[in-house]
Design a protein around this ligand. Structure first.
Ligand SMILES: Nc1ncnc2c1ncn2[C@@H]1O[C@H](COP(=O)(O)OP(=O)(O)OP(=O)(O)O)[C@@H](O)[C@H]1O
Ligand SMILES: [Mg+2]
Length: 421
């Protein structure tokens, strides 16, 4: 059996915390069996490595490994994605399609964000877990598959069950073995280690000398709560590496990269920090304005096209007026779902399914918006920054961040994955 240290090296996992080691040990022990595993832990703790470890140490390692992000697939199509569909099962089903459970026969499926599965899909999944049987959407012919399921969630599943959002029987089936990855704040000794690793990675990436924390800054780093866990720590290391001229990082500098660290140990620092955060607020507002302008520009483009193509000038006039009301009226900052495509700055590559299979059928998720490239690139950077800030401000709570940004949770989710935030 491979030992924990070897696995860490192979999968680039940093840290020596006993709770982390125990979690990895569990993954190694359970890998050769077909037992279902539920990986739990806060956002950004490193859950995604576990199913990969399990698959690669199992007898299924030469078969397919498919990672499906359940939270990012629209409810209306998730059954068809997972279980496939028959030709004619619904409008647009022009041919029979195999789902991931069929394609991954003999292999492993990682159901990430499993707590987001709709209840109807949960019923189908339960059946697969019980006897390997499933039906394609629109078919009455029972099919069989042999798939090992590893799931992950950062939700409190007991709460979800209480609220009727998740089936209790499915929860017990999925979590035959539960592997919990501890939050960063409970792995204090790993924090500086991880920071140094990321600092060294980014110094290579950006071809700059490595940043180094002053002693007091190390203490601050270890005292901070890290609501976004390792993902947040990595972002902080990257931001400081790129933005700070001095390679020696003082507590004051570090503090300005840690949202809500104000109540930490250094009063003088807090005062200093106010100025900087005022400045960054201003910048955020500017970005927000830029986004709204972008959306408005899209509206205008659309309208111009319509003007060019329409001879019904009265109708256009009306639309024009309503658009102007919309732009200058009072709904500026609360753009909702309907405008989501307008802030979709890049034609999304499908980031929901990680690898190994080409989803066999037609490209269903083609978002029409096409925007010139340079424009897209600079705005994309701003978008990433805006999203990061909003997530930080809302302590990683996507719902709150999405509503602050005026986009749907799903869109935000897609963007987090797309930009690997
Ligand atoms: N121990 C570790 N050593 C090095 N990098 C790590 C470690 N744990 C996590 N990371 C990195 O931190 C980032 C976040 O990890 P991951 O994507 O697995 O989070 P998660 O637990 O799936 O979070 P979420 O619930 O938000 O999806 C990844 O880039 C991952 O490579
Ligand atoms: Mg994840």
């Amino acid at each position: 059996m491979e030992n924990v240290q070897a696995i860490k090296q192979r999968f680039g996992i940093i840290g020596n915390d006993p709770k982390l080691n125990r979690a990895l040990e569990k993954a190694i022990q359970v890998a050769p069996t077909d037992i279902s595993v539920l990986v739990t832990g806060e956002s950004g703790v490193g859950k995604e490595a576990v199913p990969k470890i399990i698959h690669s140490l199992s007898h299924r390692k030469h078969a397919k490994y498919i990672a499906v992000n359940c939270g990012a697939i629209p409810e209306g199509t998730i059954d068809s994605e997972l279980f496939g569909h028959e030709k004619g099962a619904f409008t647009g089903a022009t041919q029979t399609r195999s789902g991931y459970f069929e394609v991954a026969d003999g292999g492993t499926i990682f159901l990430d964000e499993v707590g987001e599965l709709p209840l109807t899909t949960q019923v189908r999944l339960l059946r697969i877990l019980e006897n390997g049987e499933f039906l394609k959407v629109g078919s009455s012919q029972v099919q069989k598959t042999n798939v090992r399921i590893v799931a992950a969630t950062n939700l409190n599943m007991i709460e979800a069950i209480k609220k009727g959002k998740f089936r209790e029987d499915l929860y017990y089936r999925l979590s035959t073995v539960e592997i919990n990855i501890p939050p960063l704040r409970d792995r204090k000794d790993d924090i500086h280690l991880l920071f140094r690793k990321f600092a060294s990675d980014f110094s290579q990436k950006y071809k700059m000398p490595t940043i180094r924390l002053e002693d007091n800054a190390v203490q601050m780093l270890e005292k901070y709560r890290w609501p976004g866990n390792i993902r947040q720590l990595r972002n902080v290391a990257e931001q400081i590496s790129v933005l700070e001229e001095s390679r020696s990082v003082s507590p004051m500098t570090l503090n300005s990269y840690l949202p809500n660290a104000g109540d930490s140990n250094l009063p003088a620092v807090v005062e200093q920090n106010t100025r900087k955060s005022d400045f960054s607020n201003e910048r955020e507002i500017l970005y927000k304005v830029l986004f709204d302008m972008k959306a408005d520009l899209n509206d205008l483009k659309k309208l111009t096209l319509e003007l060019l193509h329409s001879d019904d000038s009265e109708k256009v006039q009306e639309e024009n007026e309503s658009l102007i009301r919309k732009i200058y009226g009072n709904e500026g900052s609360s753009r909702k779902e309907e405008n989501d495509t307008a802030v979709e700055l890049l034609p999304p590559h499908d980031s929901r399914v990680e690898k190994t299979v080409e989803p066999p059928q037609e490209d269903k998720y083609h978002f029409a918006e096409e925007i010139e490239e340079e424009e897209t690139l600079s705005l994309q950077e701003k978008e990433i920054e805006l999203i990061k800030k909003s997530l930080e401000r809302n302590r990683g709570k996507r719902k709150a961040a999405a509503s602050e940004l005026g986009i749907s949770e799903r869109t935000l989710y897609r963007k987090i994955k797309q930009y690997d935030l």
